[in-house]
Design a binder for this molecule. Structure first.
Ligand SMILES: [Ca+2]
Ligand SMILES: [Ca+2]
Ligand SMILES: [Ca+2]
Ligand SMILES: [Ca+2]
Length: 334
């Protein structure tokens, strides 16, 4: 607004002045020479900043907002300064969207409440506009620091969550050698089970456990289970050197009763499989014949006493891998 204390003012405002540009006014007084007045460029701030905008269920665990992946409503979003003082707070709408506006320019971080049963997905993977920013830098559910310029709108501050998926769950002695889990064939305890994950293109041991007694059962042994992020995995069962001989995989028509050790990724491994957020893959098992090995001798240990009794035949064609010496031998020539 332009105002005048004397004379006749015909222009009441000057608009559209580029930022950082001085305004030059020319004033004409009858009978006098023309005067030029310079109004310096404005030094005021251009305005407050706005942030957003999405909290979602990362169902496939790839760290990116898939087009079919739903938002999560009711998540608290807190804006804090670097000292941890809360500046603003809001809650995501039912579609997972949030926005906080009127933020003075400055440096901040965000803290998202973690929905019950969920955990933050992998942060800063891929396109920032559609990735998750929960690096945990300032504790669970927090982002890194970010800086907002005057008037800036930053809608790339997002949070992805998933539920872990159950993967399991048995190793057993195939006592009757039919490659099927029958009752009452016993489980085998104390074996290490590795869970391998295809982690953004690199197969890595994500977790491991040991087979043992199944909780809340009277006598079920050989049990193992993981709860892992959604993604692609295979399982590897580590057996003692010269200890056990795998049964044939995928026999019969009940995936809950067969063995899944196809050796697809090496000795004692399953095929790869994919689990989604909150899903399960619990029909994985490893079966072993009750054979025994002593030195270079392999036999059907029918009564599983570890001794070659008179009625127990030698076995031919069994590949014996001595893991301690990395020597592969065959029993064919015994
Ligand atoms: Ca995703
Ligand atoms: Ca993002
Ligand atoms: Ca059987
Ligand atoms: Ca199976």
């Amino acid at each position: 607004m332009v105002t005048a204390s004397a004379g006749t003012l015909t222009a009441t405002s000057v608009t559209g002045i580029p930022s950082g540009t001085d305004l030059i006014l020319t004033i004409t007084t009858p009978g006098c020479s023309t005067r030029v007045v310079t109004v310096p460029a404005a030094t005021c701030q251009l305005g407050n900043a706005t942030i957003g905008n999405f909290v979602w269920h990362d169902q496939n665990g790839d760290g990116q907002q898939g087009s079919s992946e739903p938002g999560i409503g009711g998540v608290t979003v807190m804006l804090l300064d670097p000292l941890g003082n809360m500046i603003a707070q809001t809650t995501t709408a039912s579609n997972g969207a949030y926005t906080i506006s009127g933020i003075p320019p400055g440096t901040y971080y965000l803290k998202f409440s973690i929905p019950s049963g969920f955990q933050p997905t992998f942060a800063l993977i891929g396109n920032p506009a559609s990735d998750s920013d929960l690096t945990g830098t300032f504790g669970a559910g927090t982002t890194n620091l970010f800086t907002l310029a005057p008037g800036q709108v930053n809608n790339s501050l997002d949070a992805g969550f998933f539920r872990c998926a159950l993967i399991g769950e048995r190793v057993w002695y195939d006592t009757n050698r039919n490659d099927i889990q029958d009752n009452p064939e016993n489980g085998i305890n104390g074996l290490r089970v590795n869970l391998w994950r295809n982690h953004f293109g690199v197969w890595t041991i994500w977790d491991f456990t040991f087979t043992g007694h199944k909780p809340n059962t009277p006598s079920e042994d050989g049990w193992w289970q993981f709860c892992a992020p959604p993604g692609q995995y295979y399982v590897q069962i580590i057996i003692p050197p010269l200890g056990l001989v795998q049964v044939q995989p995928n026999r019969g028509n009940n995936p809950n009763r067969d063995s899944d050790l196809t050796n697809a990724f090496g000795q004692g491994t399953t095929n790869s499989f994919t689990v989604s957020s909150g899903g399960s893959k619990l029909d994985l098992a490893g079966g072993y014949y009750p054979m025994a090995i002593a030195g270079n001798l392999v036999w059907n240990d029918l009564n599983m006493n570890g001794i070659q009794d008179l009625n127990e035949p030698k076995v031919s064609g069994v590949k014996v891998e001595d893991l301690t010496q990395k020597i592969t031998r065959s029993s064919e020539n015994l």
